[in-house]
Design a protein around this ligand. Sequence first.
Ligand code: SAH
Length: 223
Amino acid sequence: MKDIYLQGVGLTSQRARERLVCTLRQMGIDQPAILETIVRIPRHCFVDDAISHRAYDNVALPIASQQTISQPYIVAYMTQLLLARKQAPRVLEIGTGSGYQAAILAQFYDEVYSVERIRKLWKDAQKKLYTLGLHNIHLRHDDGHHGWLDAAPFDAVIVTAMTQKVPPKLIQQVIDGGQIVIPVQEGTQQNIHQLICRQGAIIQRNVLEAVSFVPLLAGKQID
Ligand code: SAH
């Protein structure tokens, strides 16, 4: 884990953070570095003040533009999947949202690239992550279906919005033996899929935890 200094952030709600970590441990998150990061990253800075008292509950919460910040368990679970196979120092996230998942990844990767289609969320996340001093996160306002070609290839891609079909450009932007962790909807069921990729093709698919993400939409939203 990196020792990144978070500007101007003390350990507000320390007890609530520790309670959350206890819950995550009981749910099967067993990597101490991930649990430490969940304690360290101030989730209350990624939600509106009006609901910040719920920031360390193990629940998804609303953010601007009718989107959500993911449940801490799912953030920790997806991070654990990524780190178990980590080979290279760059990761790509599709669906920046609040910026919280990117902040967690920034503790483990040298460079985090994250794409968000809603301009307001992209701008808000940029401000927040800059204020926290997380300078190894690069944000782009774009449709994540394109990935981030100039920065590819990535160790892994994590998609934090649900899709029915894995965007082909993402498969092409992962290193050999790298992975895509993505919520996939099949019928009424939505599950995390872990896709192992080689030379632009999926060579293995593991269907894992049931989840409930907002959809991966096409195109950029300007306001
Ligand atoms: N990772 C976020 C939560 C993601 S919510 C967090 O830590 O807070 C899903 C996000 O995906 C939303 O912000 C939504 O606007 C975004 N999204 C949906 N379709 C997208 C697309 N095609 N490209 C980029 N972002 C997209």
